[in-house]
Design a protein around this ligand. Structure first.
Ligand code: 1GP
Length: 245
């Protein structure tokens, strides 16, 4: 079964899903191995792999370790077109629909399209929405785009609707890695009410309570990266809490 069908099927069954984000630049091999084993043991649904800025050539190596220590599908969450690896299972083809930078909306996609076509990766068209988190994040700087203001829930809803009507398969609302303020429950709720496709929420989620709150507000898939790097025990905590919902 494709990863997208799996996401849709779980959503239809009312099951909440959990993805652990691994930045291939950051952890050492032992830490990646630990995350993979903990993820496998606690039923993590996906590993998302990627970052806004990779400074080492570690992508393939990171995926290799995750695959050697778990059976969890690896989904590329690319910060740029260079972050492509045939060792992964799927590729989030992110169009930054919250911004007005043509390169991030379509330009980079034109460059990567022929390579993706040749790869065996499952390509999942994703409307990516950056939400303001109180201070500039790496992704807002690197993408040269303004995030949607945190209190403009109507703009978020209309942006997500446009993404869905343009044929995108997922909406990913992100406050950015290590965000000071995560996406608000009110905004998640509003967007959920206006779209049918699966909704991913990430950025600044630091506890199982917050993950559950987001899921109850309408998120189908929760992504956590930063806080897991400092406390891997959050993996079983969040995974169990979300899957018990
Ligand atoms: C970032 O949504 C992801 O793009 C995850 O954010 O690292 O803050 O958990 P954190």
């Amino acid at each position: 079964m494709s990863i997208y069908s799996r996401i849709v099927e779980k959503k239809a069954a009312g099951k909440k899903q959990f993805a652990v984000l691994v930045d291939p630049d950051k952890p050492d091999d032992k830490s990646i191995e630990k995350v993979a084993r903990l993820g496998e043991k606690s039923g993590v649904d996906y590993f998302f792999v990627g970052g806004s800025l990779l400074t080492t050539d570690s992508l393939d190596h990171c995926i290799k370790i995750l695959k050697a220590n778990s059976n969890i599908p690896v989904v590329l969450f690319p910060g740029n077109t260079l972050q492509m690896s045939g060792k992964a299972d799927a590729f989030l083809y992110l169009s930054l629909i919250s911004g007005r930078n043509a390169e991030m909306l379509i330009g980079r996609h034109v460059i990567s399209a022929p390579y993706l076509k040749l790869s065996s990766l499952e390509v999942i068209s994703t409307g990516y929405m950056l939400i303001d988190s109180g201070k500039p994040t790496t992704v807002s700087y690197m993408s040269n785009s303004s995030p949607i203001p945190a209190d403009k829930v109507d703009i978020a809803a209309c942006t997500a609707m446009a993404g869905e009507m343009l044929g995108m398969k997922l909406i990913y609302m992100d406050a950015g890695s290590g965000a000071k303020n995560p996406v608000s429950a009110e905004m998640i709720n509003m967007v959920r009410l206006h779209i049918e496709i699966p909704l991913i929420i990430g950025g600044g989620i630091k506890s199982a309570e917050k993950a559950i709150g987001n899921a109850k507000s309408g998120a189908d898939l929760i992504v956590v990266g930063n806080s897991i790097e400092s406390d891997p025990q959050l993996i079983p905590e969040i995974s169990e809490a979300l899957h018990a919902l």
